[in-house]
Design a protein around this ligand. Structure first.
Ligand SMILES: *[C@@H]1O[C@H](CO)[C@@H](O)[C@H](O)[C@H]1NC(C)=O
Ligand SMILES: *[C@@H]1O[C@H](CO)[C@@H](O)[C@H](O)[C@H]1NC(C)=O
Length: 436
């Protein structure tokens, strides 16, 4: 089998109210590419909120970031590799994009939340208590198979209930913030566009209590043992990239590319760091942050990568706005305020909002990584209020109730960039790409 590349089209149509000549929601043949849409996008089967504006939507979405930060930070200090979680329910609380996949033979269509900081997949199965109406029906698939406690994949699941003899179904329970679920590890074919991953292991959810679990499941793009990259073997060669379109585009699409074919040939890269205690996360070495021409003074211990404490910086697709540990954020914010001048107010998660007429005074924020400087375009560092009178620095400190040691580079800061993950050569590439 040769290397394959599936181009996954992102339809990010969050604020579209009127009709469009070509309806992107109608099903395309599988060969045309896998459609990925925002969870509250026009084509999404999920009920969208009724946002006043895109800024309000971002603020609403960002209000879930603290729960995600807590999820990310509580897992980084884990000591044992084999107990790598099969995804906490916390991850389920937050999801910005939905991917259209088919599971089983013949394929059953599911819209699953996509998450680069989670490895595994979870799917609500028929008969599930507390799940929504759309479930995967194992008995209608000829390629379905249950997994036994004795299989190696089962050892990678957290919350196991296997008997010590190793016989019986690989069943487990997990919980988070009011939501708990029980599932069994099973396997079946996973179809991504025209690609098929046979014997893909995922959690078949049998019961849910609580409301924070995505209705049609979750698909992890992390790099740990049960991830899509690991389970797809040579199919994608450990490589994928995505380009997230602008949050405020009226109608916009980006792409997710799996596999080395079709990736940018020349792209600036920074080393991808591996934390054996948290193998799912994509760590990079953030060495400094500049505001305008000023390299913000930050004690290096707040940026340094330390596998034992989990500290450092990750690139994440499930968090909405970038969060720095408090001393780092405060230093960046103070320098930013100093250069803009004037008075500042708060809006949602943002504490540095100013009258938009001063926007041309706003300095550029540059993230310095080993071997790569990322100068954030203005749309990736500022957000405008719906009324249009305020602009805010679109970053925040990690929530104070979380003992966080992680800096998280989030979605809003990744707009119109191609982010390439090469888990074999341990590189992350970043290049400007307009994918609106
Ligand atoms: C797991 O969840 C199921 C269903 O909610 C419950 O019956 C069972 O007691 C739970 N087991 C453990 C060990 O928590
Ligand atoms: C990160 O960069 C700093 C500064 O260049 C360097 O001292 C440190 O060794 C790097 N850390 C890793 C894990 O590469």
């Amino acid at each position: 089998m040769g290397l394959k590349c599936a181009t996954l089209i992102l339809f990010f149509t969050m604020f579209v109210a009127s009709s469009i000549a070509i309806d992107p929601c109608t099903s395309k043949p599988d060969e045309a590419g896998l459609t990925v849409i925002p969870i509250f996008g026009k084509c999404s089967p999920f009920d969208p909120p009724k946002p006043d504006s895109w800024a309000q939507t971002v603020i609403n979405m960002a209000s879930k970031d603290p729960a995600r930060l807590k999820y990310l930070s509580t897992l980084v200090g884990q000591k044992s590799v084999v107990s790598a979680p099969i995804a906490s329910g916390q991850a389920f609380n937050i999801g910005n994009y939905v991917v259209r996949v088919k599971i089983g033979t013949p394929g059953q269509l599911m819209f699953m939340v996509l998450d680069t900081s989670t490895d595994e997949a979870f799917v609500p199965c028929s008969g599930c208590v507390g799940c929504s109406a759309t479930t995967f029906s194992p008995k209608d698939s000829t390629s379905y198979g249950p997994l036994d406690c004795s299989v190696p994949q089962c050892g990678q699941v957290r919350g196991l209930q296997c008997p010590s003899t190793g016989a019986g179904a690989c069943a487990f329970n997990q919980s988070y913030a009011g939501s708990t679920f029980s599932a069994t590890l099973v396997q079946d074919s996973l179809r991504l566009a025209s690609d098929v991953v046979p014997g893909y292991s995922f959690g078949c959810v049998n019961a849910i209590s609580g409301e924070s679990i995505p209705a049609q499941g979750l698909l992890g793009l992390g790099r740990g043992p049960l991830s899509l990259l690991s389970q797809s073997g040579g199919l994608y060669s450990g490589v994928f990239s995505y380009c997230l379109p602008s949050f405020k585009s009226y109608y916009f699409s980006g792409s997710l590319k799996l596999g080395p074919v079709g990736q940018p040939k020349s792209i600036r890269t920074t080393p991808l760091l591996r934390n054996p205690h948290r193998p799912s996360l994509y760590y990079v070495n953030l060495t400094g942050i500049s505001v305008g021409k000023v390299l913000v003074p930050v004690p290096s211990e707040y940026l340094a990568f330390d596998p034992n404490t989990g500290s450092g910086t990750i690139i994440d697709s499930g968090t909405v706005i970038t969060r720095f540990v408090e001393p780092v954020y405060n230093a960046v914010r103070d320098e930013f305020r100093k250069q803009v001048g004037g008075t500042f107010s708060s809006l949602g998660a943002f504490d540095t909002c100013f009258v938009k007429t001063y926007e041309n005074l706003a300095p550029t924020v540059t993230l310095h990584f080993t071997g790569l400087d990322l100068k954030l375009p203005l749309e990736n560092s500022l957000i405008h209020s719906s009324a249009g009178s305020l602009a805010c620095l679109a970053m925040a400190a990690a929530p104070s109730n979380v003992n966080s040691v992680l800096n998280v580079i989030a979605n809003l800061q990744q707009q119109n960039l191609r982010i390439l993950f090469d888990t074999i050569n341990n590189k992350v590439g970043i290049a400007r790409e307009l994918c609106n």
